[in-house]
Design a protein around this ligand. Structure first.
Ligand code: IDP
Ligand code: MG
Length: 136
């Protein structure tokens, strides 16, 4: 059965800083994602804390939120069949050293924290994350 889904993608500060926005967007298009919405923003630390609230008990939470709010990011709504899982596959493992060849994190990621991209991990979280950035 086909299911057209939307998921939230973020190009993180390390990738924006290295001018990888267009290259990463091309990867999404090449993999049959439609970029429905897109904006370049910079988060306040408090906003990053809200976005990553699920990780608030993790030892890396503070660094993670400082990092996501450290520079401009690009947030996008991607649409495709099975977009949530497809994007997770395209991104690769959280730790770039463990990500498979051809994945975005293998190609562009620097380290487990500077891993270039975020993608929603479930359809439910995709809806929550899309609302977080694009609810008007
Ligand atoms: P994901 O981005 O692959 O979904 P999550 O477990 O949801 O991975 O973690 C969110 C983000 O937190 C990761 O993308 C990564 O940047 C950071 N992170 C995850 N685990 C660690 C860690 O052990 N040390 C430092 N940063 C981490
Ligand atoms: Mg996650």
């Amino acid at each position: 059965m086909s299911s057209l889904e939307q998921t939230l993608s973020i190009i993180k500060p390390d990738a924006v800083e290295r001018n990888l926005i267009e290259e990463i967007k091309q990867e999404f298009k090449k993999n049959n994602f439609t970029i429905l919405k897109e904006k370049k923003i910079k988060l306040e630390k408090q906003e990053a804390e809200k976005f990553y609230k699920v990780h608030q008990t993790k030892p890396f939470y503070n660094d993670l939120c400082s990092y996501l709010s450290s520079g401009p990011i690009v947030v996008m709504v991607l649409e495709s069949e099975n977009a949530v899982l497809k994007n997770r596959e395209l991104m690769g493992a959280t730790d770039p050293t463990k990500a498979e060849e051809g994945t975005l994190r293998k190609k562009f990621g620097i380290s487990i924290d500077k891993n270039s991209v975020h993608g929603s991990d479930s359809l439910e979280n995709a809806r929550i994350e899309i609302d977080f950035f694009f609810k008007d």
